[in-house]
Design a protein around this ligand. Structure first.
Ligand SMILES: [Fe+2]
Length: 371
């Protein structure tokens, strides 16, 4: 017993994503509950404990909770291998979990890695990537692609107390992995969602290099219960992010990583979602490549004046880690989000490499001090 591993604080790896709400900083993996963490005086991460207030001892929580900065609430869920296959819940601004909504209308276990919220709704993708635990007995992977299944989106009122008002709409050919944002238009009659769609999803389990992650804009007609969708970039994009103050609100700008060779991202793009895509098929208004042999991870938008309510949506910086495989050097780079070339305005040389593929977020020093 070296003391490096304290099982009383939990045994999960919590290595997918991070979030900050209810005065706490969390590290997430969707196969476990979140872990509260803080930074030590030397900048190292200290694990406090498994946060069992958000579930029973054997339960899990998504790695992608959605935080409404205006209300301070967080919205989350878990997906299960047994009924109910989906459970939705909300955490109030004091960090107190509200009663769960068990969703029995989802008929099969599937990978629900991410979801979206608007002012009035939560939207859940149900993809062709299904989970069949019985496959383990046959020596197979429990997750597999079912080409016969028609993907769906599930829409439930954001403050639902049960699943009575939830409805599902079939969206053939739509297999979502990550959402970017969602909001309402036309007085609430349309839900717009921007999210990825895995093309050639049948290769997801064994040949990920053949899967193209397309960024799409979906328009859900709430009255007719139909969905129209279109790609907004011709590039293979993932890890789409926005100004965090706009979660659930109409967003003009998003930023995404250019996927070159999973999990390597060779650059970052800025998309203007107000542009029509009919002619060019692409909303890209700025981009930056990191250079030959250089790869980054998930970009993060940092507002320049986070406390100024009149600040422009894209007035800020995009930050990222970049690893140079030629020189084995790692850098933290800061780009001007308003610049048409996403100009690099600062570079910090790092003493250590940050592995590819993790999600990330920016937390202000003043918020870290309050943990
Ligand atoms: Fe993710």
């Amino acid at each position: 017993m070296s003391g490096e591993y304290d099982v009383s604080r939990g045994t999960g790896n919590a290595n997918t994503s991070v979030s900050h709400f209810g005065g706490k900083l969390f590290a997430h993996s969707e196969s476990d509950l979140p872990y509260t963490i803080k930074l030590g005086s030397d900048g190292d991460i200290i694990t406090l404990r498994r946060h069992e207030e958000y579930g029973e001892p054997l339960e899990q929580m998504t790695a992608h909770p959605k935080v409404d900065r205006e209300t301070g609430e967080a919205f989350a869920y878990r997906h299960n291998i047994q009924r109910p296959y989906l459970t939705y819940f909300r955490i109030n601004s004091d960090g107190i979990k509200q009663p769960e909504v068990k969703i029995f209308s989802k008929k099969q276990a599937s990978l629900v890695h991410d979801f979206a919220i608007t002012k009035n709704y939560a939207i859940f993708p149900d993809s062709q990537i299904v989970i069949k635990p019985a496959e383990i007995i046959k020596g197979n992977q429990p997750a597999l692609v079912d080409p016969k299944k028609v993907p769906k989106l599930g829409i439930i009122p954001r403050y639902a107390e049960d699943e009575k008002e939830m409805w599902w709409v079939e969206v053939p050919g739509y297999n979502c992995m990550h959402t970017v944002n969602a909001w309402e238009e036309d007085g609430g009659d349309t839900i717009v969602m921007v999210a990825t769609n895995l093309l050639s999803v049948e290769h997801f389990m064994d040949h990920q290099e053949l899967v193209h992650s397309s960024m799409e804009r979906l328009e859900i007609n709430v009255k007719a219960k139909t969905v129209a969708r279109r790609p907004i970039s011709t590039r293979c994009l993932d890890f789409g992010v926005i100004n965090p103050a706009y979660v659930g609100k109409k967003t003009r700008y998003m930023y995404a990583a250019i996927l070159t060779d999973e999990p390597k991202f060779s650059g970052v793009v800025k998309l203007d979602l107000s542009l029509p895509t009919a002619e060019s098929g692409d909303c890209t208004v700025a981009s930056r490549f990191y250079g030959s042999g250089c790869y980054g991870g998930e970009p993060c938008f940092v507002p320049r004046e986070p406390d100024n309510p009149t600040a422009e949506e894209d007035d800020g910086y995009i930050v990222n880690y970049v690893f140079n495989e030629n020189t084995q050097e790692s850098k933290f780079i800061v780009m001007d989000a308003k610049s048409p070339t996403l100009e690099i305005v600062a570079i910090v040389k790092l003493p250590q490499r940050v592995p590819y593929g993790f999600h990330g977020m920016f937390v202000r020093e003043c918020d870290l001090q309050k943990l």
